[in-house]
Design a protein around this ligand. Sequence first.
Ligand SMILES: Cc1cc2nc3c(=O)[nH]c(=O)nc-3n(C[C@H](O)[C@H](O)[C@H](O)COP(=O)(O)OP(=O)(O)OC[C@H]3O[C@@H](n4cnc5c(N)ncnc54)[C@H](O)[C@@H]3O)c2cc1C
Length: 447
Amino acid sequence: MRIAVVGGGIGGLTAAHALVAAGIDAHVFEALPRAGGVVGTSTADGFVREHAASSFLGGPPRGALALCKQLGVAVEQASPRASRRWIYLDGKLRALPRNPLELARSDLLTWRGKLELLREPLRRTRGHDNGDESMHAFAARRLGAEAARAIVAPFVTGVFAADAHDISLEAGFPRLAALEAQGGLVRGLARQVARTAFARVVGKRSSTTPRGLWAPRGGLGSLVDALARDLGTRVKLAMPIRKLAPDPRGVRVDDELWDGVVLAVPAQDAGALVVDIPDLTSRLAVFERAPTALVYLGYPAAAAPRAANGFGALVAAGEEARVLGIVFESVVWPDRAPAGQVLLRCIFGGARDRDALALDDAGLIAQATRDVAAVLGITGATAHASVIRWTRGVAQYPVGHRDRVRAAVTAARTHRIVLAGADYRGPGINDLCADADIVVDEVRAWG
Ligand SMILES: Cc1cc2nc3c(=O)[nH]c(=O)nc-3n(C[C@H](O)[C@H](O)[C@H](O)COP(=O)(O)OP(=O)(O)OC[C@H]3O[C@@H](n4cnc5c(N)ncnc54)[C@H](O)[C@@H]3O)c2cc1C
């Protein structure tokens, strides 16, 4: 079978890699002169900047860590100095508690809020038949209104650059939905731990699955390079595809006949490619990637004592600071800044603040330096300042997302098209690696 993979971001590359490994003749068509889509790594003034994704969790057996190992990409684990996380709430930087003792001492929640949080195991679950709900509704119901606002909402923004009211529980955070289905967060987690321990005892599961936060040494650009190298001449760069047309024998891709297509461009762009398939065009129109910008700021370490330890700070909605979150990039990955300097990655825009990207680069840098002063107390001249912006930024998963995905996937399938990439079954690098197996199953089902 000859399969055209349209789009050479991580979604398209991992799909093509898995198809080729399954013995299927797959070729990638990428519009730009470089592969990787939003993912890439570059160096400026000695600071190493990720263009989008910067890390992934270890653990999933078919995730990014496993793929890096398979491709021989050297990886590193986040520094232990990055274990502390901060939340900027009501004009103050507050530590996220890591254990019950820290929770008792925390100023993130009032006593009432802490008691509400601790009542989670006693709350009744909602039941499967009630349909999807927003992350905010879920968190308020299970953890109480205070924890929903002070802890969960900033984390949802950290993943989706969106408000927790606008993100689906079952599509955006399926593991939380699964825990609730097992009796609640604490009960579900306890059951999982017990099951894992039992599986280890009976030898069904490796006890060495690496956990924690990981990245390729030197940045995610190395994973893109390794995938592109592995696929070799199967990746065709600077080859924008203009049209997919249905054909009784397969799919016409700019007039060349293929047995099928993996459509791995952002859904917002995919619609224009399938104008000859109106039922698919209309179903793709509902997906969105919210525009997002990263502002990188470098400072002398002496000027940034509050960024000397920790992963970073998430900023709650409604604060004067406009930044969604600040990652202490050179704490998490110590080689990312020259000696004696720190690198901060400031995230702007997303669905929470769509207007932010109307600012030009100078405006975004000015906003970032003001916000870094307010949140972290860092003032003085920057050693580096730069902006990376994406019109098609972070994929959005609103309530009901899974139903929309089902409808689009079904419409595509009848035309021998598989939908792949961040818009559908998970936006993270791990999700896209795991998604490649689903793509292979879909293609194999064509026979
Ligand atoms: C700022 C930011 C930070 C993020 N941080 C993290 C993180 O820390 N961890 C994590 O796991 N995830 C993170 N993500 C999410 C993750 O990086 C993305 O969801 C993922 O990389 C998207 O990959 P994709 O292949 O679906 O899309 P894209 O990367 O957008 O790739 C699509 C490709 O299709 C090409 N294309 C478009 N039209 C055509 C055409 N007509 N013909 C041919 N090619 C075409 C484009 O040029 C592009 O290369 C982040 C995302 C952003 C934006």
